[in-house]
Design a protein around this ligand. Structure first.
Ligand SMILES: [Fe+2]
Ligand SMILES: [Fe+2]
Length: 389
């Protein structure tokens, strides 16, 4: 009750207004007190955010750094192709991330006779051993599609601390990246060997078909590789030249035997038929998965630098580079091989002939490479046909 009511003030409109004002003032005071009480209670019940301990920040930063190192290792693995490089990169990553003295990477059981490593290969179970002498060891298996395919072992933390579960998790994570890489390599190698089998089968097919020039494809393969060795090519480009050398005449499978094995010179019509082997070669090889990129090389191996070749009359650098290598290797073999209708040239005479055709039939750069590789080519030619002069 307000003071005015308790004092018995009358009920004039001025009095009533005064009463309402009093009540409003009391209400405002009450609200203010309640708000203050709530504020003070909130202040007590909500603790101020505590400062994060320095050790936690340090540990989180170190963990982020370790994760970044493992990710960098994983990215580096993409470009590695040989076992030695993979082994070195893995050992470096392990010693650096886990801060250990040394790491060993066993990529096959046959690499060790140590019972402990063989048991990890066998069971796939990790092994952590912390000794009082601080000769500590952490070993994990690397899983592949068919069980444990490798083992990583690391010894002794540099700061003499024990290996922890966190260390084990990190090493297992590195092992997972390594396992994926090794599996990819295995699949790549399987594909490569399947491709090699296809290539051998194709090369064998043309050798059987064209017994008359027996060994021609293998010789062109060797001559082309010797010429390519004198050119600034990547290993991949050089491999393409070798393959194209081996398969360059595969299209002759489609040429009738009466033309292919004709003991005398061909007529114009027969030549036209024979010339189709470049397009047939392209058709055959472009259908083989993994060989599509050499189909063009086969198609243009009878083009000439001056544009007077076949099948399309490409000239100069329009002709694929590898085709320009094969052309010279092919011509050299034809010159130094005896045919029923003409005698074989000596390698030296063939050299003079090829040098004289630089800029017309042959790319001058390729002729230069041929000349630089000539001793090797001559030796190969004499090895293939000991009777030649
Ligand atoms: Fe040919
Ligand atoms: Fe040929």
């Amino acid at each position: 009750m307000s003071q005015r009511q308790s004092k018995g003030i009358g009920s004039s409109s001025a009095d009533r207004a005064a009463i309402v004002l009093d009540e409003a003032a009391e209400l405002a005071l009450h609200l203010q007190q309640t708000t203050q009480a709530l504020q003070s209670r909130t202040a007590i019940e909500t603790p101020m955010p505590a400062e994060i301990p320095e050790s936690v920040v340090r540990e989180a930063t170190a963990a982020a750094k370790r994760m970044a190192q493992v990710n960098a290792y994983s990215r580096a693995l993409f470009s590695l192709k040989d076992a030695h490089a993979i082994r070195v990169a893995t050992a470096e990553c392990v010693t650096s991330v886990l801060r250990t003295d040394i790491a060993h990477v066993f990529l096959a059981r046959a690499e060790t006779e140590e019972a402990t490593i063989l048991s990890v290969f066998e069971t796939g179970r990790p092994r952590m051993r912390n000794l009082l002498s601080h000769e500590n060891e952490l070993t994990v298996g690397v899983l592949g599609a068919h069980g444990t395919i490798a083992v990583i072992r690391t010894l002794n933390k540099s700061d003499w601390t024990d290996f922890s579960d966190e260390d084990l998790r990190i090493l297992e994570s590195i092992a997972t990246h390594l396992g994926l890489k090794l599996e990819n390599l295995r699949l790549e190698n399987e594909l490569k060997s399947q491709l090699q089998s296809s290539i051998q089968a194709l090369a064998q097919a043309i050798e059987m078909k064209d017994r008359y020039t027996g060994g021609h494809t293998k010789r062109v393969f060797a001559y082309a590789d010797a010429i390519a060795s004198q050119l600034p090519l990547t290993e991949e480009e050089r491999e393409r030249v070798r393959l194209a050398g081996l398969l360059h005449d595969i299209g002759k499978i489609g040429v009738p035997d009466r033309i292919l094995q004709k003991p005398s010179e061909l007529t114009a019509a027969e030549w036209t038929e024979m010339e189709r082997h470049t397009d047939w070669g392209y058709d055959i090889v472009s259908r083989v998965e993994g060989l599509e990129n050499i189909a063009e090389i086969l198609r243009f191996h009878h083009e000439r630098w001056d544009g007077n070749g076949y099948p399309t009359g490409l000239k100069g650098t329009e002709i694929p580079r590898a085709s320009r290598v094969i052309t010279i290797a092919d011509a050299f073999d034809a010159m130094v091989t005896e045919r029923p209708y003409r005698k074989a040239m000596s390698p030296e005479d063939a050299r003079i002939r090829i040098l004289s055709l630089a800029g017309t039939q042959f790319d001058p750069e390729m002729v230069q490479a041929f000349d630089a590789a000539f001793e090797k080519l001559a030796a190969l030619a004499r090895q293939a046909a000991p009777g030649i002069s």
